[in-house]
Design a protein around this ligand. Structure first.
Ligand code: ADE
Length: 247
């Protein structure tokens, strides 16, 4: 997977070759990250790539031409068919389903905006997908681009080893993750690990974990439950919790 990131802060992306799973993926050449700074395509001596918005109002808008040239340079370096993803609070919300689809691509161009945004004509003509990482506003698209990259990289074949497999992740089956525990089995203040996890009975442990996932999702994110095809057993369990909640 190759990422070309269009950003006026390329240094921020050095993080990816520095830490954790993503740096391992970069070192193993499973992932390539390059950056393009649109300032190199500025056509004025101040290297400015933004201007005041037509119609007035606060802030500055990133100009069409330097961004278009950046996208064309990225496509030349990767492949003409690479998708262009613009990170913005106006985009479609990022979900695990979307991440799974992005992970099937060979190359992505991530466009990071700053200031009040970018000239709308660029979005209309050059952007394939506009993606938001949540209903809050950050000062630029760089952190959202990193969030997107991290979520994709960990799904690429061979990037995670068995011990950090994505199969057990939250959202893999549409549910939140279950609680996890490690040694010691009893803390100095007496707090214990649920008995079933020490039983060695793998079937029981699996059942318990599934129940915990379902319960957490029911308690914390009922909106997610509504999107799932549940087994009869799961539906019964939820009906019981609804009853207990009513009491
Ligand atoms: N840029 C600024 N805020 C953002 C957000 N919430 N998601 C994606 N890009 C952004």
């Amino acid at each position: 997977m190759e990422f070309s990131v269009i950003t006026i802060f390329p240094e921020m992306f050095q993080l990816f070759s520095g830490y954790g799973i993503s740096s391992r993926a970069v070192q193993n050449e499973q992932v390539k990250v390059s950056t393009i700074n649109p300032r190199q395509f500025a056509n004025n001596r101040y290297q400015s790539i933004d201007d005041r918005p037509f119609g007035g109002g606060p802030g500055m808008v990133m100009m069409y031409e330097p961004l278009e040239k950046s996208i064309l340079a990225a496509k030349n370096a990767l492949t003409k068919s690479a998708k262009v993803v613009y990170l913005s609070p106006q985009g479609e919300p990022l979900t695990q389903k979307k991440v799974n689809a992005f992970a099937k691509q060979d190359a992505l161009i991530l466009l990071c905006g700053r200031y009040e945004g970018i000239d709308e004509r660029l979005i209309e003509t050059h952007v394939d997908e506009e993606v938001s990482i949540g209903d809050y506003v950050l000062s630029g698209g760089e952190l959202p681009a990193m969030v997107l990259m991290d979520s994709i990289i960990r799904l690429l074949p061979g990037v995670l080893n068995d011990s950090d497999s994505a199969i057990e992740d939250s959202f893999y089956d549409g549910l939140l993750d279950c609680p996890h525990y490690t040694r010691p089995a009893v803390l100095p203040d007496g707090q214990k690990v649920p008995e079933v996890l020490l039983s060695g009975d793998h079937k029981k442990i699996q059942q318990w974990r599934h129940q915990q996932k379902l319960k957490r999702t029911f308690e914390r994110r009922r909106d997610l439950i509504e999107c799932l095809c549940l087994s009869e057993e799961d539906k019964q369990m939820i009906a019981q919790w609804v009853q207990t909640n009513k009491k």
